[in-house]
Design a protein around this ligand. Structure first.
Ligand code: SAM
Length: 287
């Protein structure tokens, strides 16, 4: 029998999923027909091998305090629930929320993830730091990463599907084209590794770009950083990445009255994360 398919109802961006793609009904999530909504970044995972690779990479334990962002039709939710007692999910699409609420193993937060207070969730089980997972809506993936940075102290780890290009930037080394603000703003706080490549055909509908899975583990002993001030400094440094820092960060440092030994005759991409942190601490006096 041919596998279930998407049949597009209208236009190129929205369509009906025949949710027999996976036997979700057998796991407490009723069958449904669903219109894939482009505005919610909906690309549903359908490749069983990839789903298995992701869940293996997450390696859930029965008592984990886990939150899944964007469960959608349950491609990851269902296999995770087989290994967990309980799972909290955050989903914005009301049609999907109704279906998820039918499963007693799930706590469903029907909210924009960018407004979710992860500290509040963590405090419901303070002895078990949060594990956050998800195949993220790509249109807001960077804001989600920055939102979660605000709750990093109560998070054990994060496993996310993202555009491969975004993960390349997250893990990039200095002196590479991909190294930039995102690399610096995440690398000072997380150990990160790209652990799975995911091609477009693993999704329905397929995205236009390659995807990958990243594991992010907060550093046990991070440097002392004022995130707002650090972010401002890094943004200024990378504001004109082709120019020498003298024109951007140099002027900013001068305005701050900083006279320390920092070589501004370099480009932003030549400065390591540790150097940015040290400069921030020297300017901000948070050492
Ligand atoms: N996890 C499912 C899968 O892998 O098949 C769906 C992933 S799909 C790429 C992204 C999911 O995030 C969708 O279910 C979408 O409705 C949801 N979503 C989009 N924007 C959201 C937001 N701001 N807050 C919470 N969920 C959101």
């Amino acid at each position: 029998m041919p596998g279930p398919t998407w049949t597009f109802a209208s236009g190129a961006s929205e369509g009906w999923i025949q949710s027999g793609a996976r036997p979700l009904h057998a796991d407490g999530l009723p069958r449904m027909r669903h219109v894939a909504r482009k505005r919610f970044g909906q690309h549903f995972l359908t490749d069983g091998g990839i789903i298995e690779g992701i869940v293996d990479g997450i390696s859930p334990s029965v008592d984990d305090h886990m939150v899944e962002i964007g469960p959608g039709l349950g491609a990851l939710t269902v296999p995770l629930l087989r290994q967990l007692k309980h799972l909290t999910v955050v989903e914005l699409d009301r049609d999907l929320v109704t279906r998820l609420q039918a499963n007693p193993q799930l706590t469903v937060i029907d909210q924009d993830v960018l407004r979710v207070d992860f500290l509040g969730i963590a405090q419901t089980a303070p002895d078990r730091p949060l594990r956050v997972v998800g195949n993220l809506p790509y249109n807001i993936s960077t804001p989600i990463l920055f939102h979660l940075l605000g709750f990093v102290d109560v998070i054990k780890d994060q496993h996310f599907m993202l555009q491969k290009e975004v993960i390349d930037r997250m893990v990039a080394s200095p002196r590479s084209a991909a190294y930039g603000r995102l690399s610096v703003m995440l690398q000072w706080r997380y150990e990160m590794v790209n652990f799975l490549h995911v091609p477009p055909q693993s999704f329905d509908p397929p995205p236009r770009v390659d995807s990958a899975m990243v594991r992010m583990v907060p550093k046990a002993q991070p440097p002392v950083v004022d995130v707002g001030a650090f972010s401002e400094m890094v943004q200024i440094a990378f504001s004109q990445r082709r120019k020498l820092l003298r024109h951007t960060l140099g002027a900013w440092l001068e305005a701050k009255g900083y006279t320390g030994p920092f070589d501004v005759r370099r480009r932003a991409e030549e400065v390591t994360v540790d150097e940015y942190v040290a400069l921030h601490q020297a300017v901000h006096g948070s050492r």
